[in-house]
Design a protein around this ligand. Structure first.
Ligand SMILES: *Cc1c(COP(=O)(O)O)cnc(C)c1O
Length: 434
């Protein structure tokens, strides 16, 4: 840094006086990795700049939405046009219909969608709908999966099998999480036991199919197949939380990835966010018509939103969805994710650092371990001190990855092979120091 004054530090001090922890979402605070968060001033393509005018190659892309990179001309134009027409009406618009049609065409497991403003809201609403549609109260979630911060989902495994979970946040009464069963990811035996004992009481099983909130862990194909079979057998709705994976790992989302291995595979309900808003507050949940018709104003399950289907956000989302349908889009994104992961693996191994990685489409993850973890407990074995050194080493060299070990990384259409080569070279320097 060439300046005498660290403007990020100055801003962080100012922020801490008026915003709890100085941030509006906890992981931005760098608490896991230490140091001063970078305050972003502008962005373009694969880069953003901080308050010291330092440039970073951006591998978080707003935690997933910016699949086209920052400031894509077609998206900027669509948003500018929409803004001039109006910000919000509280009355329906054609663009909402267009976006709903587009999502349903690309994700055919759903017949109808409801648009909302955040992934949290979408997951919370999906659970209410699942409960309303089935007349059941219990739900299954998996340790390590994140579905936003609705009360019933802020829960970790209890002491024994199929006991109810414990709240992971203060302010969530035990009564509120008493219907949430927290199971181990990829553990078929436990899943079977729980269904055998209480399957007829379980409204839904919610899962991140490729879990980006444990860095990057896939639900195994046999595990997913068993989830599908048990849900069908017991009348439990299989809910795919594709807030991160939707339009990110493939045009048809993670469900299309599983359908390659499990013929005819479909979830019963899908929760989406991030990419569908292209960086604006927009999310959605959808299912077959029979389920969605339980939703107000047709049915008895209440759900609403002042800014739902916002005209500017839908314009941004629609323009983004049009770009990602161009021929070869995901092939190129996948190639670049693999190029980056391959490059990092090579230089890590060259320096004797254990390293393994995985990727699907524009989402990737790596661990400084010899083998990919399968469960949350495995992820916890990863060396966080080493990760923090890598994080800061990269940051100092102008590469911004997620400031926590438990987060996936994101490739955008704007990243070039040169950006990837520069990233690998920066990582090589850091691995030498580990
Ligand atoms: C980001 C995320 C959410 C929450 O979405 P917000 O828009 O942050 O509320 C839910 N589920 C998954 C899988 C996510 O990655």
């Amino acid at each position: 840094m060439t300046q005498d004054i660290d403007h990020n530090h100055t801003l962080f001090e100012r922020a801490k006086r008026v915003i709890p922890g100085g941030v509006n979402s906890p992981v931005r605070a760098f608490k896991a990795v230490g140091g001063t968060p970078r305050f972003v001033t502008r962005s373009q393509g694969a880069y953003f700049w901080d308050a010291n005018d330092q440039r970073y190659i951006d591998y978080i892309g707003s935690w997933g939405p910016m699949i086209l990179g920052h400031g894509h001309p077609a998206v900027v134009k669509a948003v500018q046009t929409a803004v001039l027409e109006g910000f919000s009406y509280g009355a329906p618009t054609e663009r909402e219909v267009e976006l709903a049609e587009e999502i349903l065409r690309l994700v055919p497991s759903m017949d109808m969608v409801r648009l909302v403003s955040s992934g949290t809201e979408a997951a919370m609403s999906a659970i209410r709908l699942a409960r309303g549609a089935t007349g059941r109260s219990k739900l299954i979630k998996f340790e390590g999966c994140y579905h936003g911060h609705a009360d019933a989902l802020l829960v970790k495994a209890g002491s024994g099998l199929a006991t109810f979970g414990n709240a992971t946040s203060a302010g969530v009464p035990a009564e509120v999480v008493q219907h949430t069963l927290v199971l181990e990811y990829n553990h078929i035996g436990q899943l079977e036991e729980v269904f055998a004992a209480q399957g007829h009481e379980i409204a839904c099983l919610m899962i991140e199919p490729i879990c980006g909130n444990m860095n990057f862990i896939r639900a195994s194909v046999p595990f997913m197949k068993r989830c599908r079979e048990l849900c069908t057998q017991y009348g439990t709705l299989l809910v795919f939380d594709e807030v991160m994976t939707g339009f990110r790992v493939a045009l048809g989302g993670a469900q299309s990835v599983y359908a390659r291995d499990i013929p005819g595979f479909e979830p019963d309900m899908t929760v989406m966010g991030k990419v569908i808003g292209g960086g604006m507050p927009l999310a959605a949940f959808g299912a077959k018509r029979a389920v969605m018709e339980h939703l107000a104003p047709l049915g008895a399950v209440y759900q609403a939103g002042t800014l739902s289907g916002n005209p500017v956000a839908t314009a941004c989302g629609l323009a983004t969805l049009r770009e990602i349908q161009k021929p070869g889009f995901y092939d190129e994104l996948s190639r670049k994710s693999r190029l980056l992961m391959g490059g990092l693996t090579q230089v890590a191994h060259q320096e004797g650092v254990p390293f393994c990685s995985d990727s699907e489409g524009g989402m990737f993850g790596f661990f400084m371990l010899n083998a990919l973890p399968q469960t949350y407990a495995d992820v916890m074995k990863s060396d966080s001190a080493r990760f923090n050194q890598l994080f800061h080493g990269l940051l100092d060299r102008g590469v911004y990855i997620a400031p926590a070990l438990f987060e996936a990384g994101f490739m955008s259409a704007a990243h070039t092979d040169e950006d990837i080569a520069a990233t690998v070279a920066a990582a090589h320097e850091v691995f030498k120091l580990l």
